[in-house]
Design a protein around this ligand. Structure first.
Ligand code: BGC
Length: 893
């Protein structure tokens, strides 16, 4: 719906942060909508929402299933459905209208819809089935032992075409389904990774157009995936040894009646030409052995399997998709001997995904594709750092026809591919990289006047996408790819600025709760396959409190706090017991992969204790548990005092003299207020004495920059970001990095590659500086949960002459951009309807400030302090100009 300036309308209707979702299982789904329009009136004062069960014969807009009537409330997000119980497989239409600031009402929105999945176990008539070929079960230790992917098939007849048909499907392993030869949906690596003994997600697909009256065939191929394939460095079979399938096709026939085709012993199975498939090892497919699902010969009966007993839940996010196709930048042929030709292909960015290759050859010809993040000095693939992950795909061609080769049950972390075994010459047009990610909806943009920092931003996004694959992982390439908890708690704010991964992270929090031990400790990785022992480690396990809070702050969804509350409370009880008089040892990891001075782990453990107790106090306050809040505050104070007694000397200095310790002291509020300025000064000195370089690891790095900017050293923070000598963010960029490295010294001109034992070039943790870039450099700060209120605060420094950030929240697009031209600061501020914003300008006086080309209305400005002019900005896009003398900041350098 279009709205004219000043006129307010309603659009962007979403349910559980998805548009027109089908197959949801939330019993009280939450609605959100966006107001359109601008000016002070673009503010909601009330709403009315109606829901119609379109599958109930007598419901309609005149007799809605649920009608809120007019609610005098400004909230336009997370409005929970509280009408009559939702019914499985029903489709609900909904619409909303709003009352705005001046009391007028909008028209009804265009209706939107959502549809329920299978809400109770009784709705499933399907049985789990598998294809058991006893002599083919290979030994777990045999890395590349063949084990053909099984295919399953069911022929069935429909007496009429369906008016609506849904496929509900999941697997222990991975599945790919087709109906009458057409692939169902375009998600990859479904159903994703959970602890399959506890929780299995199913997907729902609209397959109405794929079915026909008469004969139909539903076929599904299964891969090993996380269930039966390699996970981490621990080999195969972490959850089970053979994949299994559960699916149910419900068709509502145009002629009336529901026809269900569900997995049971009427299905048949067969081995496919995919002889090996593994997320880490790769895929081996003999196309000669592929068969069509409509070919009736040679199918085996299926084996019924007992249900795993895990909870079946509807997938909450949109799954993994091909999010980009990267063209080949360079194809280099290497001819070792006549006829023995290989190609090294540069696909431009170190992403996660698969190669898509078009070729033609001869029957029986074997094409091999290997993948690596980097090339060695000789221009060959550098694969040592992949450790046990082979990342190799092989295809045996069936005939001479042109063919497109792309594996379906694996993914690799790579920038370079080596292709061998081709007959025809390979050109750049024949090959591309299909980038895979669960981060399908990018919602943020950052850019600035320094092209190297813009490249850093691109690298952050590349590593974000590469490591949001079903779960948030540490890396996508070596035999690890695990849901390391600290990595996410550090990176989550940056991730959420750039991509709407809210639902996926929410799902991962369930994975984390699944790892919780009887002691209350969370594991250091989630999901945690059986046999994993690490738990309760500082900054890792603490993710169980930190991530829900970050998610709440950035998404505005308080339900995550309610849902996680009891679990978090058990974790807090664990922390309370796992300390000595307020001091806690950090356990295993400390300031992981820091260069330079080590930060005492007793300091880190205690610092996190203060921080996490304090966060929990805020969480308890938010959910209204004042008793818990008080207790957590006491615990936090006690730990703070213990830390001060132990680590602050008579002069107010920390006895742990590292950048990380000072950054934590400032970021986690560990010091008395009177000590902050001196600590900020000392941190600045530490950075300066390192010649403006970082000496921090995973834990210190994200804290250094805000600690500097918040304590009078923003100029230094800007220069630190722009530092391009080793070690620094831009050093990596200058070495040609296209992703964020795990370690500062991953590769240096002096020493080449760091030890391959732990050296990934695609770890997002150090990309956590992205949050600072959005908030402190461009100046886009969410200050109330879900961006209901923002502070827009341009902060030039370090020679930057421009920066700009945007983010699309549930309310619309927020933006803060600035540019300095000829001693004038130009600012563009964008404020979505139904949110408020304060613009804070780094100038001393409102004199000469212009808004939208005219003088600033006296009422809208409030001059607070020197260097800090505050202006309330109404919804809409506005420009501001102010006299600005950057000389002052230049002189500070
Ligand atoms: C992972 C890290 C992780 C760490 C903890 C590494 O192997 O790659 O990202 O946080 O282990 O020990």
């Amino acid at each position: 719906m279009m709205a004219y300036a000043g006129e307010v309308g309603v659009e962007g209707l979403s349910v559980e942060r998805r548009y027109d979702p089908i197959g949801i299982d939330a019993v009280h789904p939450r609605f959100a909508w966006r107001l359109v329009g601008s000016g002070p009136g673009a503010r909601q004062t009330g709403y009315q929402l109606q829901v119609v069960d379109t599958d109930s014969p007598d419901a309609g807009w005149s007799a809605p299933t649920w009608d809120t009537a007019r609610v005098a409330d400004g909230d336009s997000a997370y409005i929970a459905y509280t009408g009559p119980a939702l019914v499985s497989r029903h489709r609900y239409a909904w619409r909303v209208r709003a009352w705005n600031g001046d009391g007028s009402e909008t028209a009804w929105s265009t209706p939107s819809a959502f549809e329920t999945g299978l809400l109770s176990t009784g709705d499933w008539s399907a049985r789990w089935i598998a294809h058991i070929v006893p002599d083919l079960v290979s030994e777990p230790e045999e890395l590349r032992g063949e084990r053909p992917a099984p295919a399953f098939r069911r022929r069935f007849n429909l007496s009429s075409a369906p008016s609506r048909a849904r496929l509900y499907i999941t697997a222990l392993g991975l599945y790919e389904a087709s109906i009458n030869g057409t692939r169902v949906g375009d998600e990859r690596l479904t159903p994703g990774w959970t602890d399959y003994h506890r929780r299995i997600e199913y997907q729902t697909y609209d397959v109405t157009p794929l079915l026909q009256q008469g004969d139909n065939v539903l076929a599904v191929t299964l891969g090993d995936g996380w269930y039966a394939g390699h996970v981490g460095p621990w080999g195969r079979h972490r959850y089970g040894d053979a994949p299994a399938l559960l699916c149910q096709l419900d068709s509502q026939l145009a002629a009336g009646g529901l026809e269900t085709v569900a997995t049971d012993d009427r299905w048949v199975a067969s081995s496919t030409g995919t002889l090996l498939n593994d997320l880490q090892m790769g895929e081996r497919t003999d196309l000669r052995r592929e068969r069509s699902a409509s070919d009736d010969a040679g199918w085996d009966p299926v084996s019924l399997r007992a249900a795993p007993g895990a909870q079946l839940v509807a997938a909450r996010d949109d799954g993994i998709h091909v999010v980009e196709a990267l063209p080949a930048l360079e194809v280099r042929a290497i001819e070792a001997a006549p006829g023995d030709r290989r190609y090294i292909v540069d696909l431009g960015a170190n992403a996660a995904g698969v190669v898509r290759l078009r070729t033609a050859g001869t029957p029986g010809q074997r094409v091999v594709i290997r993948h690596a993040e980097a090339l060695d000095a000789g221009g060959e693939l550098y694969i040592e750092n992949l450790r046990g992950a082979e990342q190799q795909d092989e295809f045996v061609l069936a005939d001479a026809a042109p063919v497109i080769l792309e594996p379906r049950f694996t993914f690799h972390g790579f920038r370079y591919a080596e292709v061998s075994g081709l007959d025809a010459p390979l050109t750049a047009d024949d090959i591309e990289s299909h980038v895979l990610s669960s981060a399908t909806r990018m919602v943020g943009q950052f850019s600035c006047s320094d092209p190297l920092v813009d490249m850093l931003q691109r690298n952050i996004v590349t590593s974000l996408r590469a490591n949001f694959i079903s779960i948030p992982t540490d890396c996508p390439q070596r035999n690890e790819r695990l849901g390391w908890t600290a990595d996410l708690q550090i990176f989550a704010p940056t991730a959420l600025f750039n991509a709407d991964v809210t639902n996926m992270v929410n799902k991962w929090l369930d994975d984390l709760v699944d790892t919780q031990l009887p002691s209350g400790a969370y594991a250091d990785i989630a999901p945690a396959p059986s046999g994993w022992a690490g738990a309760g480690n500082t900054a890792w396990s603490d993710a169980g409190v930190i991530v829900p809070w970050v998610l709440y702050e950035r998404s505005g969804d308080a339900r995550v706090l309610d849902r996680m509350y009891d679990s978090m409370r058990r974790y807090i009880a664990f922390l309370e017991a796992d300390q000595t008089q307020g001091l806690r040892f950090a356990g295993r990891y400390g300031d992981w992969v820091s260069l330079g001075a080590r930060t005492d782990k007793l300091f880190i453990g205690t610092a996190y204790l203060v921080y996490v107790f304090n966060l929990f106090a805020r969480i308890a306050a938010t959910v209204g548990r004042t008793d818990d809040e008080e207790r957590a505050r006491e615990l936090s104070d006690r730990a703070r005092k213990a830390l001060q007694r132990r680590f602050v000397d008579g002069e107010g200095r920390l006895t742990v003299d590292t950048q990380t310790a000072y950054a934590m002291a400032l970021g986690f509020d560990l010091l008395p207020d009177s000590g902050r300025a001196a600590a900020g000064q000392h941190l600045a000195e530490l950075v300066e004495s390192a010649d403006t370089h970082l000496a921090t690891g995973f834990l210190g790095t994200p804290l250094v920059m805000p600690a500097l900017s918040d304590n009078g050293h923003h100029e230094l923070a800007c220069r630190l970001l722009r530092q391009d000598t080793y070690p620094s963010w831009l050093f990596e960029v200058r070495q040609g990095a296209t992703s964020i490295w795990e370690r500062w010294n991953g590769w240096t001109p002096e020493n080449g590659f760091y030890s391959p034992r732990m050296n990934s070039f695609n770890h997002y943790a150090f990309g956590a500086v992205g949050d600072w870039m959005y908030r402190y450099l461009a100046g886009l700060n969410p200050v109330e949960p879900g961006y209901r209120r923002t502070e827009l605060r341009p902060r030039p420094g370090g020679g930057f002459t421009a920066a700009r950030a945007t983010h699309e929240s549930l309310y619309g697009t927020h933006a803060c951009g600035w540019r300095i031209v000829d001693e004038t600061l130009h600012v563009v501020a964008r404020v979505p309807p139904n949110t408020s914003a304060t613009l804070v300008l780094p100038i001393n006086t409102v004199d000469g400030v212009q808004m939208n080309g005219g003088p600033l209305a006296a009422s809208s400005a409030m001059h607070a302090a020197a260097g800090d002019v505050r202006i309330e900005v109404p919804p809409g896009e506005h420009t501001f100009n102010a006299p600005y003398h950057s000389v002052a900041s230049e002189r500070m350098r």
